[in-house]
Design a protein around this ligand. Sequence first.
Ligand SMILES: [Zn+2]
Length: 270
Amino acid sequence: MTTAEDDRLEFKLPDVEFDDDVKVCPKCFGAGVVVEEEDGVRRGRVCDCQRGLATRRRTAAAGIPARYRECSLDNFDIVSGFTHESVIRAKRFAESFVDNYPAVDAGLLFMGPVGVGKTHLAAGVVKALTEQKGAGCRWCDFSDLLAEVKKRYAGSTFDEYVILEPLVGAEVLLLDDLGSMKIRDWTLDFLSYVINQRYVNRRIVVATTNYLDEPPTGETLAEFARREETLAERIGPRLRSRLLEMCKTVPLGGSDFRREQRQTGILRNL
Ligand SMILES: [Zn+2]
């Protein structure tokens, strides 16, 4: 391989040991760098295999739960077969959010009943940002977060920053199933800390919630007793209004898509 020309390169490629059992990139032979000649000038550039590696590392660091790992914006229609107008609109919002990123000034809050595909869309956004935009995303399941905070708090050596700082510092935070646990107690402080820190630092939040925003106007007591709680009732009015400042609300409606899919045996992912 070595020629007189190679000696003129400004960097030395590391020695490569060939091992038949190990897959070695055929372009760079594991060096991570390839040399290309353009207009008579030889330049080193990072090999494509390294780009893939960085994406895989970012994807792993995002911590997407296994059941959502195959969810993308591309396979949303195929998987869901869902045609409700609001869902189609929500997908379009998700796509244009990804297209415009990082030139976006607000995140997304997917809002709608159980099983309309909110988390699939959110996972698709995280995946697309990670793979296409090189964004460092972080998945956070709301009830897991509260459970973890409570568990650690019960121990003697509670260091909340171990849990919270990665959520504060991530370029994009995905907060799934917001309001799935009702919070009124001290755990609200932890969530408020994460959200407020991200607000101050203008960091993007993408969230999903089963809870709608506003109760119907002119609601009777009987209607109040029957209806589901609102987001503000689940996470408190302050946090709710902060989130609405940070995220564009994307409502999704329709029938219980998850149940229907399960009945037809098509979908296991949502
Ligand atoms: Zn390579």
